[in-house]
Design a protein. Sequence first.
Lengths: 320, 409
Amino acid sequence: MVYFNFFQLSIFFLEAALLFFLFFLFFNIISQIAGADVGENVTIKSELEIGNVAPIIQNIDIEGGTINLNPNTTKLVNCSALVVDYNGDSTIQNVSARLFDNSFTYASPDDNNSHYTNNNCSLDISYGDENTVLASCLFNVWYYANAGTWNCSVFVLDLSNISVSESNTTQVLPLLALSVPSFIDYGVVNATEVSNENITNVTNVGNVMFNLSLTGYSYSLNDNLAMNCTLGAIKNISVEHEKYNLTLSNNSVLTLAQADATYTNLSSTTAVGKFNLDYRTNDTIQDAINATYWRIYVPLGVAGSCQGNIIFGAVQSGAS
Amino acid sequence: MKKNLICKSRTRTALAVSFSVFIYLSVTGLVSAVNVGISPATTTFEGVLRGGYSEKSVVVSADSEKPVLIDVEPRGEIAEWINYSFDNFTVSMGKPYSLKITANPPADVPNGNYTGFLRFMTAQLGEGVEGHAVSVVRTSLDLTITVEITDIEVKECMAYNFGVKSVEKGDDVVFNFEVLNRGNIKLKPRTVINIWDQDQLEILKSQEFSDKEILPTTRGNFSLRMDSKSLELGQYWADVSVIDCYNSQTLTFDILEPGALKAEGVLLGILTNKTAEVNTNVPIEVSFKNIGEKDVEAYFKGKVTLGDKIIQVLETDKMNVPVSSIEIFSLFFTPTEPGRYVISGRVFYSGKKTFESSTVLEVFSKRLAWKSLLLPLVYIALMLLIGFLFFKIRKEKKLYTDKLRQIKK
């Protein structure tokens, strides 16, 4: 009986201890979840100091919205960004920018046709108030940069290494431009002979493919003459005696009949030849260059110095 | 021996001359003196009405230091419709020429697309060589032009760059803006200007304008004058609405005493954290710039709203703001419940007020971190264990009690 009572008493105490422990744990959980709201005084942490705030890029302007390239050289393009940092403009560490053809990406490698990088844009802290900086990101854009929509992405980093980036787009306009020598010199040519072949290079110094149009005249347009000469009985050379070939070269000595068979006669009316000279795509060598081949036949009755005019014309061709 | 030396010397001289000629030809004969370009290479006049007007421009540039003379000549079926500002002009490096081109199709032309060229031709680039047959080269660039003739009238425009300046009493108030006519008909944009009192409660004056005409595809500057004689000294607000363009803007101006210095300021922005937790103090900074001609006493007055409910009214002490300087008004706000709060207000100065500015604050509940959840989880596990032990003890106790009862029986 005593044993039974002792056992029951032990069980009672054990259960009581477990219940106490259970309640202790329950209230602990409640206070953990509810935090300070349950039965204790609250201290709210006050964050009174404004930390570093991210700079804001308010506006990006790229040459007013369109870029007209310059033939055979670069065009200085300014992608300017108005940056505001409420911690003061002196906290701006660096502004960099990338200007790229929209069909490429920010991370694409630099290429004169499609992608340019400026890692250190110049900052004008005197612009606006003490929180405003005008960042000028300059790019020397080559004449053979792809025509179309381009993106200027500006990246701003402040002294706390907080960075922001913004972008804007602009249009690089198609540039039709060609480069040819200033004259074609056939040298000394005897009467009734065909001159040696003159090789004249035509270079695309723009960013669109073009076909070539050719016209010849002596004194004035449509005069059906190739040249006028200082001496002789006739003193001029008919326009059809000046000949060209836009694709094939033949540097052997030719008779007039052979020249007629190989070359096309120049005309006083504009003749457009399929030339399809594409624009440059190689940054290191000029690959947008095609040779044209020229000869002239000097008829009887012509002597002295002869001079005429050839108009090399370019007209955009194909989709480039 | 002497003859041999003379002969060798002549040969060397001949070689030198030949080499010089080769170099000369390489430099002058095979290299272009001038490279000329046009941009764009093609242009399209879209949606031009019969007898209508449309305007474009083309930039002609060159890489030569020396000015290059350029002749312009239209060609093709549209040659007679195409007009341009000059027949010839010069370009050089760094001095491109922007040529205005207009299309004026006749009134009786059928609808459709018409093409032609505008030919840009350089003067002669080189000169002849004595005793030689030489062709001097000229270059030409053909700008392909397409004119799309339509009979559908398009009325579309854009008004921008609105502005007004404070004036002395008695002077006219001049409202400026620009309009771009994007359609294909001549436009006299109808403009309504309403002048409101300082509290923007009452329209004091209203006037409608529609005088100036703008040709299609061109832009025009507008300066509209309103008499200020009936307006007292003080600040006013004006709604400038260009009805035809669906553009409007609210502006503010002062009527000043003659010779008075102008007080003017701008609220640059209300700055605060983008997000915050409930029951934390959120700092708010309001920056104000004095862009007037005299120092001003300024203060910020605003409110914090959550939905339609005003949670807190904000007001700062007055601060002196010198000319051309920026002052920051600092405030604090403690959100007590989560939500999207809007902080808005104006700066009041010298009896005037700025445009209202606002910012948004997202407030979230305190989030329980994983670490803070760990302890309750341990407690719960212990509670479950205790519960299990309790159950087992009870079960064993019942079995033991039953056994004792059986023994007693």
